[in-house]
Design a binder for this molecule. Structure first.
Ligand SMILES: NC(=O)C1=CN([C@@H]2O[C@H](COP(=O)(O)OP(=O)(O)OC[C@H]3O[C@@H](n4cnc5c(N)ncnc54)[C@H](OP(=O)(O)O)[C@@H]3O)[C@@H](O)[C@H]2O)C=CC1
Ligand SMILES: O=C(O)C1=N[C@H](C(=O)O)C[C@H](O)C1
Length: 264
């Protein structure tokens, strides 16, 4: 697999480059960062103290000839890459979070021309948790208040996390509702009593926390909590490589990590 990495000098970009050069079935084909970044023109593996011969570029023509790009950047960057990938016939793994509705629609539309795996969380554990939440929400569907709490490092720019949103969607899938109709994204001041059937979100930021998520089902006399804690970003990089293998040979279609892991 000839793999291009977007956001090559970012936290996830570096994890992905390390995972790609260690994988026997993968080749680091290109590394991208945005124009003006100090990293442009430097070797993509310089941070590991070695040379790969792949220089970090901002010109998206570097994608020509790649099989797939793995993109963990920002919505505006991913949407630029999406256009280039359609032009060059390059498949995409999208880990970026924080898209608005128009951004999500652009990804879905592009999947008619290229094959895309997009997921707010690429880890095996979190995708299993999504399934567990569907089961829990199906059983605890009356008399239980659902609250979702997440904590991430101080550099994270979007809230709540994509994973927290996807956890909310797993719950509302079991309830046959739309998350946007029941979500309470934050609380402040005299909020009034909690409304039954809503899902509350709380986002904590600090230090170097990689990603903690807890979904609380609070009932009368008991509380069920489903928690996932990430302790190393390699889980997202390894999940992305599994997604790249899953896309090999595919030319169109929109998939998620549950498809990749056979959980659908
Ligand atoms: N789905 C999943 O499993 C996971 C998703 N994520 C998501 O991945 C994204 C990146 O996270 P993280 O690596 O921590 O972030 P970083 O800020 O460390 O890295 C982002 C990288 O993208 C680059 N970038 C920013 N804006 C653009 C743009 N407009 N065009 C091209 N490149 C751009 C940055 O360049 P510069 O430094 O010059 O700004 C940087 O190299 C986030 O949305 C995060 O939520 C993170 C972990 C797991
Ligand atoms: O920004 C991060 O770091 C992470 N972002 C993703 C999210 O928004 O859910 C996945 C993971 O939690 C780490």
């Amino acid at each position: 697999m000839k793999i291009a990495i977007a956001g090559a000098s970012g936290r996830m970009g570096r994890m992905l480059i390390e995972a790609v050069i260690a994988a026997p079935d993968a080749q680091l084909f290109a590394a991208l960062d945005r124009a003006g970044s100090d990293s442009i023109g430097t070797d993509a593996t310089a941070f590991l103290g070695k040379n790969s011969g792949v220089l970090i570029a901002s010109d998206l023509a570097a994608l020509d000839g790649a099989d797939v790009i793995i993109d963990f950047t920002r919505p505006e960057g991913t949407l630029e890459h999406l256009k280039a990938c359609q032009a060059y016939g390059v498949n995409m793994i999208i880990g970026t979070t924080g898209f608005d509705e128009a951004g999500r629609a652009a990804v879905a539309a592009a999947s008619e021309k290229i094959a895309i795996v997009s997921a707010y969380n690429m880890s095996v554990g979190v995708n299993l948790v999504f399934k567990l939440l569907e089961i829990a929400a199906g059983v605890l569907n009356q008399g239980y208040d659902v609250e979702i709490v997440e904590m991430h490092h101080k550099h994270k720019v979007d809230a709540p996390s994509g994973t927290a949103i996807a956890m909310g969607e797993a719950v509302t899938k079991a309830w046959d509702k739309a998350l946007k109709d029941v979500a309470v994204w934050s609380r402040e001041g005299i909020t009034g009593e909690r409304q039954d059937g809503t899902i509350g979100f709380a986002a904590l930021r600090g230090g170097d926390v990689i990603g903690d998520h807890t979904v609380v089902f609070a009932g009368a006399g008991e509380r069920v909590e489903v928690t996932h804690k990430a302790s190393n970003r390699t889980i997202y990089a390894q999940g992305s490589l599994r997604a790249a293998r899953f896309l090999a040979g595919k030319t169109a279609g929109h998939f998620n990590m549950k498809d990749v892991l056979g959980l659908n």
